[in-house]
Design a protein around this ligand. Structure first.
Ligand code: NDP
Length: 303
């Protein structure tokens, strides 16, 4: 490996320390930021995510509450619950864990969350404010990506950045945040011809695709910073198993599965200047920024 490893766990711990300090300062004014994470139905991954978010909130001095609603909950019932939380002064952040059961209209429910309590930064008001560079609650994973770059001393201003992926949750907001920091930004997606050519231009590559190891070392400009947002679970039948490093390949074979990113770490880390691992890169930043947003929301509502 010639690239420097960007340690997401360590940088997330720095963000968490900031959150803890802000909570201590708020506590002296009698304010404890409150986060409510709503989970509907029995998706096992959502259960883990919501539990971890509430647990980390409590650890850092916030009030973290999990709210579980049965899979048959109706749109109206959920709307009523969001209305109740919007009106509850002790609640600073409301998080609706996705995916929702198919009978529910996720967009309508996210739109119903008070933008001042929208700690995921998905409400159109926050999306619009972000676009215009105004104060807002910005989405957590994209903010985490920027913090990884900034904490690593990687200059964003004036560089060429390529974001692969154009989702509302990751790709588009990352691109906007990079643009505001004066990068020249290209957004690539599934209809981009010659992706390798486009990615090779980049001083900063952000991969947010959801396709295991699709960005390979031959697509990376020497010295570039590579931020891998992808989280993909692979199993022993995975066609690129031979490309994995020995430790990870053994983990897949002995444990039956492992997590890999959208970047082929082995080949990319021989060319890049900096690179994030998966897991342990972008992943830990997302919860840290969720809690940072909740503290921000608590401060803004009382300003
Ligand atoms: P989406 O599925 O919403 O978006 C994927 C994007 O990748 C789309 O814009 C799609 O293009 C593009 N894409 C798909 N195939 C190709 C291809 N062959 N070449 C170029 N672009 C392609 O995913 P998300 O943005 O929600 O998530 C992306 C990844 O990040 C996932 O692995 C997810 O698990 C992970 N993630 C990680 C988080 C973390 O905390 N670390 C948080 C959120 C997500 P098009 O628009 O044309 O279809």
């Amino acid at each position: 490996v010639s690239a420097k490893l960007i340690d997401g766990k360590q940088i997330a711990a720095e963000v968490e320390a900031e959150v803890r300090a802000e909570c201590e300062a708020l506590a002296t004014r009698g304010v404890i930021p409150g986060l409510v994470a709503i989970r509907v139905g029995d998706d096992p991954a959502s259960e883990v995510y919501v539990r971890n978010k509430a647990k980390k909130a409590t650890e850092l001095g916030l009030r973290g509450t999990q709210q579980h609603m049965v899979a048959s909950t109706s749109q109206q019932e959920l709307e009523a619950e969001i209305d109740r939380l919007n009106a509850d002064d002790d609640v600073d952040g409301i998080l609706l864990q996705l995916p929702l059961p198919p009978h529910l209209d996720a967009k309508a429910l996210l739109d119903r969350i008070d933008p001042r309590k929208d700690v995921d930064g998905f409400h159109p008001v926050n999306v619009g404010r972000l676009q215009q560079g105004r104060a807002c609650l910005a989405p957590c994973t994209p903010m985490g990506v920027i913090r990884l770059l900034e904490s690593s001393g990687i200059a964003i201003g004036g560089c060429r950045a390529v974001v692969v992926g154009r989702s509302d949750i990751v790709g588009k907001p990352v691109a906007v945040l990079l643009l505001h920091r004066h990068a020249t930004v290209t957004i690539a997606h599934s209809r981009t011809p010659d992706l390798a050519f486009v990615v090779r231009e980049a001083d900063i590559v952000v991969a947010a695709v959801g396709r295991p190891m699709m960005i390979t070392g031959d697509m990376i400009k020497p010295g570039a910073a590579v931020i891998d947002v992808g989280i993909n679970r692979i199993e022993p039948g995975f066609d690129k198993l031979a490309m994995l490093g020995e430790a990870k390949r053994n983990a897949v074979l002995t444990k039956g599965s492992a997590l890999v990113g959208d970047v082929d770490f082995e080949s990319a880390s021989r060319v890049a200047g900096w690179i994030t691992p998966v897991p342990g890169g972008v992943g830990p930043m997302t919860i840290a920024y969720l809690l940072k947003n909740t503290v921000q929301a608590a401060k803004d509502r009382r300003a």
